[in-house]
Design a binder for this molecule. Structure first.
Ligand code: ZN
Length: 55
C-alpha cells in the first residue's frame, strides 16, 4: 500500500495497486505541469486510488 499527502496535510491518497507505469519525461507539457526541467510520474489504475480531504 502506498500513501501520499499534500504539504499542508489536507489532501491525502492511498493506492492499493502496483504502478502501471513509472516514467520521467521532458516534453513541454511535463515541464509546464511541474515547473521543472522534467516531470517524474507513476500511474495507477483509478479504481485502486482513494482520496481523502480534511476540512
Ligand atoms: Zn511529458
Amino acid at each position: 500500500m502506498r500513501k501520499a499527502s499534500s504539504g499542508c496535510g489536507q489532501l491525502s491518497l492511498t493506492v492499493t495497486a502496483k504502478p502501471l507505469r513509472v516514467s520521467a519525461c521532458y516534453c513541454c507539457g511535463c515541464q509546464k505541469r511541474t515547473g521543472s526541467a522534467f516531470g517524474a510520474q507513476a500511474r495507477f489504475p483509478s479504481r485502486s486510488v482513494t482520496f481523502s480531504f480534511a476540512i
